[in-house]
Write a protein that binds this ligand. Structure first.
Ligand code: GDP
Ligand code: MG
Length: 203
């Protein structure tokens, strides 16, 4: 692998947000501790109260994303014995749009804490720490597995998003969009962490 690729991996960045349920339950410190404990570097951090317009820009609007969320929601309706017809549509894209609306309500209901995290494979590592979207399927030891008992069944019945403590970028492309949207370059800091020697072999 080229030196350029290695440098890109070392400096990979991801975006994490402690969602309103996490902030209100006082889990911000716990989330930060887990990120720092694993050796990743927090390079930007801020508490804020998002507007609906901002959340609308944060989540993708393309058909593929809407269809994926719609399909996931439908699977959960089936799995938990709920009747999809109560949503008023069986169309994946329309269901996706509906969940997107629920997310706007949820993420504007209280302050959140946003951060940029840097380090080798930051996107995958932080996703692994966050755990599966649905708390019952998130492994113990993950943030969602350890701190949420919310259920897709209750969330769908109550026409709201699943409360799962954190948001974390799923891909480097998603991270690039989210970091660029939520932070200006001068709010992101460049500094050397003392424990970087863990992956730097000294000759
Ligand atoms: P994430 O990347 O793990 O957060 O999951 P997604 O990008 O697929 O979905 C975004 C957010 O929408 C999730 O974190 C949940 O809060 C919510 N959500 C996802 N799937 C469902 C669902 O099937 N039902 C409901 N009610 N909310 C969902
Ligand atoms: Mg996602």
């Amino acid at each position: 692998m080229s030196e350029t690729n290695m440098a890109l991996i070392e400096k990979e960045r991801t975006y994490l947000m402690v969602k309103p349920d996490g902030v209100k339950r006082g889990l911000t410190g716990e989330v930060i501790t887990r990120i720092e404990r694993c050796g990743l570097k927090i390079v930007a951090l801020k508490m804020f109260w998002a507007t609906r317009e901002q959340i609308n820009e944060h989540y993708p609007k393309d058909d593929a994303w809407l269809m994926r969320i719609g399909e996931k929601t439908k699977v959960n309706y089936d799995k938990y014995g709920l009747d999809i017809k109560t949503l008023g549509t069986e169309d994946n894209k329309e269901i996706g749009l509906m969940v997107r609306g629920w997310l706007l309500d949820y993420l504007t209901s209280a302050p959140m804490v946003k951060m940029v995290i840097e380090g080798p494979h930051a996107v995958d590592l932080v996703r692994k720490m966050a755990g599966n979207t649905i708390p019952a399927q998130a492994e113990m030891g993950t943030i969602r597995g350890d701190f949420s008992v919310d259920s897709a069944a209750f969330a769908n019945r109550d026409k709201r998003a699943i409360f799962n403590v954190v948001h974390a970028s799923e891909t480097p492309e998603e991270a690039k969009h989210e970091i660029g949207f939520w932070f200006s370059p001068e709010e992101i800091f460049d500094f050397e962490k003392t424990d970087n020697s863990i992956y730097k072999v000294v000759a």
